[in-house]
Design a protein around this ligand. Structure first.
Ligand code: GLA
Length: 382
């Protein structure tokens, strides 16, 4: 099954934009393998926009830019496969890609055949320059069918930025993940806004198809294509990664992982958060009644009978957040308590956990501005 759990990998766009080439990709592949990312679950290496020449060849096929990829794309695909990883490429449902390169509108089957010959395992399919007269659903369905027709297992990553509420239909046309928002940039405001916009739509997540809230900016610290003057702090990156994990979003890294600082590396490799993201039941989050989009408190049931509990403070001031347990279905007179272990997210203790204690009636905890606290929890009879 493709995308049994949220897809994990790395994509060129956030850091490199159009500045992509074979050497950089191969070095990244080596880093994924050698520095523990592959073992942590990251498997798809995706080349985004700008891998092409401006014109199709005499047969109408897309042509890889030979300056950027001197040995061709099959060579890149073979290298990635030889390392036990999977290869992703990019095209677009419109008449040109977002950066103006040729695109797959009315070439869906021809392009799918080319991608299958190269040996891709993943196709990101964008929405720029999409004709007004064309039908959004039909064109994503057409590429989905075209990929199927190749006989190759290809994860279909539909990227239409949330147009036409894709959480209601992308699963039904065969997509394995679908972008639900406009582009992320490397600022706190950008991803906090994505959280507020998509928190209600994460409930469509289940095996086979996931809401893609965009590539992570964790670790970019102002370096790269989607960076702006002010970047994020470590705590903000921890909030981003924690929400992506907790909500069951695909985890596509976007920083230059050949050159990521130690704190963010440990964050991206955090096995406690990744275990929640990759939990086999793939249950969506439940936001507790009465909690708001600025201070969401959420639980997520896990396959081993435990659950995870999250307190987010998306606003600009520190705050005490309170969760009365009856709102989580746990009454005081039940005689049942909650045994909590915190997944620590501060830079000095990232990767560690700490037993928090057993609580019976409610929880009041301090959560710093732009940050969150995440717990694993199990019920105990007192
Ligand atoms: C769109 C997508 C981005 C990226 C760029 C490439 O903006 O949403 O994720 O693929 O195109 O041009």
């Amino acid at each position: 099954m493709i995308a049994r759990t949220p897809p994990m990998g790395w994509n060129t766009w956030n850091t490199f934009g159009a500045d992509i080439n074979e050497k950089m990709i191969l070095e990244t592949v080596d880093t994924i393998v050698e520095q523990g990312y592959k073992d942590a679950g990251y498997e798809y290496i995706v080349i985004d926009d700008c891998w092409l020449l401006m014109d199709r060849d005499e047969n109408g096929d897309l042509v890889t830019d030979p300056e950027k990829f001197p040995h061709g794309m099959k060579y890149v695909a073979d290298y990635i496969h030889s390392k036990g990883l999977k290869f992703g490429m990019y095209s677009c449902a419109g008449v040109r890609t977002c950066q103006g390169f040729p695109s797959s509108y009315d070439h869906e089957y021809q392009d799918a055949r080319l991608f299958a010959r190269i040996g891709i395992d993943f196709l990101k399919y964008d929405y720029c320059n999409f004709p007004n007269y064309a039908n959004n659903k039909n064109r994503y369905l057409t590429m989905s069918m075209a990929l199927k027709s190749t006989g190759r297992d290809i994860l279909f990553s539909a990227c239409n930025w949330g147009k036409g509420e894709p959480w209601n239909w992308m699963r039904s046309i065969g997509a394995h993940m679908y972008r639900s928002t406009g582009d992320i940039i490397d600022t706190y405001e950008s991803f906090a806004n994505i959280i507020r916009l998509q928190i209600d739509n994460m409930n469509a997540n289940s095996p086979g198809c996931f809401n893609d809230i965009d590539m992570l900016t964790v670790g970019m610290y102002g370096k790269g294509h989607v960076s702006r003057e002010s970047s994020c702090t470590f705590d903000e990156y921890a909030t981003q990664f924690a929400f992506w994990c907790f909500s069951g979003a695909p985890l596509m890294m976007g920083c230059d992982i050949r050159d990521v600082d130690d704190g963010c590396k440990k964050l991206l490799l955090n096995k406690h958060l990744i275990a929640i993201n990759q939990d086999l039941e793939c249950r969506p989050l439940y936001q507790a009644n009465g909690t708001t989009k600025d201070y969401p408190i959420m639980i997520r049931f896990l396959e081993n009978g435990e659950f995870a509990l999250a307190f987010f403070n998306l606003k600009d001031a520190d705050r005490t957040l309170e969760m009365p347990f009856p709102d989580l279905g746990i009454q005081y007179h039940s005689g049942v308590g909650v045994d909590l272990t915190e997944i620590l997210l501060t830079e000095d203790r990232i990767g560690e956990t700490e037993h928090f204690g057993i609580r019976r009636d409610d929880m009041r905890i301090r959560v710093k501005a732009h940050s969150c606290r995440i717990f694993r929890a199990k019920l105990v009879t007192l």
